[in-house]
Design a protein around this ligand. Sequence first.
Ligand code: UDP
Length: 277
Amino acid sequence: MERPDAREMLYEGKAKQVFATDDPERVIVRYKDDATAFNAQKRGTVAGKGEVNNAVTALLYPELEDFGVPTHFLARLSEREQLVRRVRIVPVEVIVRNRAAGTFASRYGVAEGRPLDPTVIEFCLKSDALGDPPMNAATAVALGHASEEELETLFDLAAEVNDYLLARFAVAGLDLVDFKLEFGVTGDGELVLADEISPDTCRLWDAETGEKLDKDRFRRDLGGVEEAYHEVRRRLEATVGAALDLPEHDDADHEHHDHEHHDHLHAHREGEEPHDA
Ligand code: UDP
């Protein structure tokens, strides 16, 4: 792909900058080394973090596209930059939890690492000012943050992303404890996975030793932060193309698959229309 020029900066967040290009439907995302935690009360930098998060996202998003998840990702442009479709970010953070950890473990008073069955999918309002408060679907709809239909799609896509990532990280010797996703709406009105998937947004534990290889090393001052980020990248790159132990997901059996393999995640919801992902 021809490298588009970055024009004016449209937005600067905690870990990324977004630049316009000559194409109004495409923007360049630049990943920084800046790290924040606990709602930006803790700040620092992690050398090389931007490169790792750019590389990990640029590796995983095309794989997720192949798995059937639409994303905003178009191309990695450089060590720190990627080209993505311009989207309006839906202000609903989707948290997927395979094990209890972090705020979930403290909120419910359970041990970190406790397996969660079914997988827990939570919505939070994307608001730094309010500390990303948890929000149920009715609240999101009543406050105008997303439509009911959008929330169903977010839920289904998050479950699909989890199916893929659990297997993808497992083959890299990593246990995917929990993660956060953000979605956006393109100019054409398509709801796509946006933002990033990286050690900043996932909890990843070594499958053998349980060692934390993610942002908790920064949050909890465990040391070895840079090494952990690089190790995640290294393991993912070393396992590109490896056979994954995925739940059934072939097109011929699509309908069947959709209904069956998400059933355990949807068990608590009623009156749901079949989702044609
Ligand atoms: N997470 C994130 N950004 C946020 C909140 C959470 O990327 O603003 C990720 C976090 O890294 C973890 C998962 O989502 O992998 C669940 O985080 P939790 O709700 O337990 O909050 P935390 O303990 O990170 O404050």
